[in-house]
Unconditional design. Structure first.
Length: 363
């Protein structure tokens, strides 16, 4: 009887142990499955964040159009002490031109691309300041290609539909813009200006054009020389190739303008007047484009001996562009005529660098 009772107790104990072991195994497997599932998510390829890169065309509108801006990290909005190049940067600064200013710039860009600009600004006093500007980007001569059926020159066998280069001639594509400017001193502290531009792109006989507007402000805070500027660039309608000789079955997609919102500030930490005057200006900008990540630019300009400029700058969050530097010189050739010469170098990473020269006249 004792052996039988103990045997029954032992069987009940084993059954309980079996139940508990089963519960533990189920929980453990559930936990393990959960852990594996969680690790699977962690180990998986995560989706890339949304990027606007490459979503706009007309990229030549982003290039520096004068040596002063280019050498200061591409600063455009709040440098102050504007000249004719303000027509291509912040039109509000054109108010600073005392009478008349003319500037011509030429830049050697990557891949032997040539970029030139000319701007003329005239101050009409209480009526405001007006100006005209022109930019031209020359891509150089290219070999024309045509898609058609090719044949092997040795056997005469068909090679199918391929690009044909022989006896097709050459063409020279270009981008250009033509603009008019108006700016005005609203109060002693506020300057406002705008530029209206016609823009064109030509690739062989394929042509595209549109219009754009730049609107800029310059506000002198009254805290020393501190100024704040807001600039909206390249606001306009999309472009579309309208002439391409019917070579394409489907019309090309529309091309957006590279719109930018720029918030800038600048301050003269040194400013002396009279003979041997000096000025040291620090400037910074925040750039919000519609086709890429936000960008930041800083620049410095040192003016000494009444006619010499030394400049430097840096561009942050750019793919290839980084530091810049340059210098300038101005000389009065007559009582009311000043000749200005400026040079800038911009580092372009794997694309080496770009140089830009500016020649100006101030009346």
């Amino acid at each position: 009887m004792w052996m039988k009772g103990e045997s029954m107790k032992l069987r009940r104990f084993n059954q309980q142990v079996g139940v508990y072991a089963g519960i533990i195994m189920v929980c453990a497997s559930s936990s393990g499955y959960s852990q594996v599932a969680s690790n699977t998510v962690d180990w998986g390829v995560q989706p890339l964040s949304l990027s606007r890169v490459g979503s706009a065309g007309w990229q030549f509108l982003k290039l520096s159009t004068d040596a002063r801006s280019a050498s200061m990290g591409g600063i455009q909005a709040a440098i102050g002490y504007g000249n004719a190049s303000s027509a291509l940067n912040n039109p509000a600064s054109a108010v600073d031109v005392p009478d008349m200013d003319v500037q011509f710039s030429s830049m050697n860009w990557v891949a032997d691309i040539k970029y030139s600009s000319i701007a003329i600004v005239k101050n009409l006093g209480s009526l405001g300041t007006i100006g005209v500007n022109y930019t031209y980007l020359n891509y150089g001569e290219m070999i024309r290609t045509r898609v058609g059926e090719g044949t092997d020159p040795n056997t005469g066998a068909s090679l199918g539909i391929i690009p044909l280069l022989d006896n097709q001639g050459t063409f020279t594509p270009h981008d250009l813009s033509v603009g008019v400017l108006f700016s005005r001193q609203i109060t002693n502290a506020l300057q406002v200006g705008g530029t209206l531009r016609y823009i064109e792109e030509l690739i062989d006989d394929a042509k595209m054009s549109t219009w754009s507007v730049d609107i800029g402000t310059m506000y002198w805070t009254g805290l020393g020389s501190l100024r704040i500027s807001m600039l909206g660039r390249n606001f306009g309608s999309d472009g579309e190739f309208e002439e391409y000789s019917g070579r394409q079955a489907v019309a090309p997609a529309k091309v957006r303008l590279p719109m930018q919102f720029i918030l800038g500030t600048a301050y003269d930490i040194l400013d002396t007047q009279g003979a041997g005057s000096q000025r040291l200006t620090l400037a910074a900008e925040y750039v919000k484009p519609n086709d890429g990540a936000d960008k930041y630019r800083v620049g410095v300009e040192y003016f000494a001996f009444s006619n010499i400029y030394l400049r430097g700058g840096y561009k942050f969050n750019y793919d290839e562009e980084s530091y810049t530097f340059g210098f300038g010189f101005e000389y009065a050739v007559a009582e009311s005529i000043v000749v200005k010469v400026d040079y800038a170098y911009a580092k372009l990473g794997r694309f080496q660098g770009a140089q830009i020269f500016t020649l100006g006249l101030r009346f």
